[in-house]
Write a new protein. Structure first.
Length: 242
């Protein structure tokens, strides 16, 4: 039992503690399946949230601590205007810009652009929390989950997004002058309720006793906001699952 805990670095945790002071949290991809839950979770805890979308009219939430903004992760000036004054920048986006290769994935481009803007312009510098992909996790030592997925089973756009998440993690791991965290989901998301409970792992796929690797989007958002409050994984990647 002890050997298993040490290898997987798993701990039962949950969204129990809140930050002493409200944070200013910027959420890119605020209308996405993860971003909407992150916005709701952060607002529920009393944080001030700037929800960013290419079409802010799609942001349905209404709250006194919520500001909806239009933003473009391909535009450095747009990023600069939004990250100023933020404590945490959450990047939860997907897509491919142009040719279907990993370097053109929005995930990789967004990570680089946000870090570059923070480097040049932000004082104090906000922390970056990047929502990663399960394909970056190891199914066994040295073998990524992405390497086990049959390419014929997925569209080229998704293949490029998976590659882009691998590149985004590689990029962030080389960043030493901006505080970043790469939060990795399990193999499967569910639409289940928020329980406030999850386990934390490292580079390997986290599974439950039945061998399943899953979490609800609501509880994944709990883990993200917990990290925003605690800063427990600065310049690290961690994974989340039940």
């Amino acid at each position: 039992m002890m050997r298993r805990v040490i290898i997987l670095a798993l701990f039962l945790v949950g969204g129990f503690g809140h930050a002493a002071e409200p944070l200013n949290i910027l959420v890119y991809g605020a209308t996405g399946k993860i971003g909407t839950h992150v916005v709701d979770e952060a607002l529920e805890r009393g944080h001030r949230v700037t929800a960013v979308s290419r079409d802010p009219a799609r942001i349905a939430a209404v709250h006194e601590n919520l500001i909806a903004k239009q933003g473009d992760l391909l535009d450095l000036d747009s990023i600069e205007s939004l990250v100023a004054g933020q404590d945490v920048v959450v990047i939860s986006v997907r897509g491919v810009i142009g040719e279907l290769i990993g370097a053109n994935s929005l995930q990789r481009i967004a990570a680089g652009n946000v870090v570059e803007v923070i480097r040049r312009n932000s004082t104090p510098r906000p922390r970056v929390i990047h929502v990663g992909g399960a394909g970056t996790l190891e199914v066994r030592p040295g073998v990524l989950y992405a390497e086990t997925i049959r390419k014929s089973f997925i569209p080229k756009s998704l293949e490029a997004e998976i590659e882009g998440q691998i590149l985004a993690l590689d990029y962030l791991r080389a960043v030493e002058d901006v505080d970043w965290t790469y939060v990795t989901p399990p193999k499967r998301f569910t639409d289940g309720d928020r329980t406030g409970e999850y386990r934390i792992g490292g580079d390997q796929v986290v599974k439950n006793k039945r061998g399943r690797s899953r979490i609800s989007r609501a509880d994944f958002a709990v883990a993200i906001v917990d990290e925003a409050e605690s800063g427990d994984h600065i310049r690290k990647r961690f994974s989340v699952a039940y």
